[in-house]
Write a protein that binds this ligand. Structure first.
Ligand SMILES: [Zn+2]
Length: 368
């Protein structure tokens, strides 16, 4: 496999492009952010936008911040409230298999003085969608992935708040298509194509009524036209450094880490909302040959906290770790036997990259 010469992202990452020096788009963008982006100009843009929406939404909340209970949403809500004088409404979409650390983090954060609504899409339908896409596409938490888009769009319409601030534009930041890198906003089509793997959730209308799928469907075009929302990403306005957000959320907003290292990586403070995330990253590893460690190492190399050599050691040690401790939870959740569950992993493991030894998929490639 070919790997980025700066970080360790392999060629199997969807939509990755290497330049003539073998540098991936995420690393090239990290350089561009240092040299070609004028962050002062972009900060002025956010100040102007905040002024505009504070005036426009006089007696309502000024902005919606999607908030999973993690460091990024907490940091962005803090910045909007404390530095930009906004009244944010934090919106949490309740995930399946909630992690106790994530629940505690929401409580700690709210007690620092934030408004919040939590929306729970029907867990039975959620599980059925998850199970169907786990089996057919190897996507173990697809229902939640849909809802963290659609529920937020819906909440904007329901509460009449035309300004939404998502966290990072993941494609640009982590090495995918860069069409949004110099654009603060995105639309319905981007929401489906970039964040829902091109699968319009309306496909589930085959099995459920429109009412049952209320939270899984985007607002109608008419509803959106009436509200005319400004759906933005914080990463356009400020250099997006996960670790900086962690430090602030820990210091000021009561953010707690997991007691132990997260499975499949070396940190203990990322993605603490649901334990199904370990299966999500494990399947990513089986399909593409890179997991959560590779992604996090990339961020740490780009911010200068790790050398590529150190990153490589971490990838060899932790990437693709099997989520042994949670398998029984997953079987309960999907109502599957271990044999059925293993058959799904077998179906989606990339046979060009892995071979099965003693019942487990082991890589036939070596990161380098
Ligand atoms: Zn790279």
């Amino acid at each position: 496999m070919t790997y980025c010469t700066k970080c360790l992202m392999p060629e199997t990452r969807p939509r990755i492009i290497y330049n003539e020096e073998g540098v991936c788009n995420a690393c090239a963008w990290a350089e561009e952010k240092k040299t070609a982006v004028d962050w002062n100009v972009r900060w002025k843009e956010i100040e102007d936008l905040c002024d505009k929406f504070r005036r426009r939404n006089s007696n309502k909340f000024d902005v919606i911040v999607p908030y999973s209970g993690g460091k990024n949403g907490a940091y962005i809500a803090y910045m909007l409230k404390e530095k930009l004088g906004m009244r944010p409404l934090c919106v949490t979409v309740r995930p399946p298999l909630e992690d106790p650390v994530g629940i505690k983090n929401i409580e700690n954060f709210l007690n620092c003085g934030y408004d919040h609504v939590q929306i729970t899409p029907n867990p039975v339908i959620g599980m059925e969608i998850d199970k169907e896409s786990f089996i057919s596409d190897g996507r173990p938490m697809h229902s939640h992935m849909i809802c963290i888009q659609t529920v937020i769009f819906k909440a904007a319409v329901l509460f009449g708040i035309p300004f939404v601030m998502f966290a990072e534009e993941g494609e640009t930041e982590y090495g995918g298509v860069t069409k949004l890198k110099n654009r603060p906003t995105y639309d319905l089509e981007d929401s489906i194509n970039l964040y829902l793997s091109g699968v319009d959730p309306r496909k589930y209308l085959k099995w459920y009524s429109e009412k049952e799928l209320y939270w899984w469907l985007h607002p109608t075009k008419e509803e959106l036209m009436k509200l005319d929302p400004y759906i933005a990403h914080w990463s356009y306005f400020e250099d997006f450094v996960n670790y900086k957000h962690y430090l602030l959320a820990k210091e000021k907003l009561g953010l707690l880490e997991r007691l132990e290292r997260s499975i499949g990586t070396y940190d203990n403070f990322s993605a603490t909302d649901t334990t199904i995330i370990f299966l999500y990253f494990y399947l990513m590893y089986l399909k593409f040959g890179f997991g959560r460690t590779t992604s996090e190492v990339g961020c740490d190399i780009r911010r200068g906290a790790l050398t590529r050599k150190q990153g490589l050691e971490l990838v060899k040690k932790f990437d693709g770790e099997y989520p042994e401790a949670y398998i029984s939870q997953y079987l309960d959740y999907y109502k599957m036997t271990k044999e059925e569950f293993d058959a799904v992993l077998d179906k989606h493991a990339n046979k060009d990259l892995f071979k099965k030894v003693n019942g487990r998929w082991v890589p036939t490639f070596t990161p380098h």
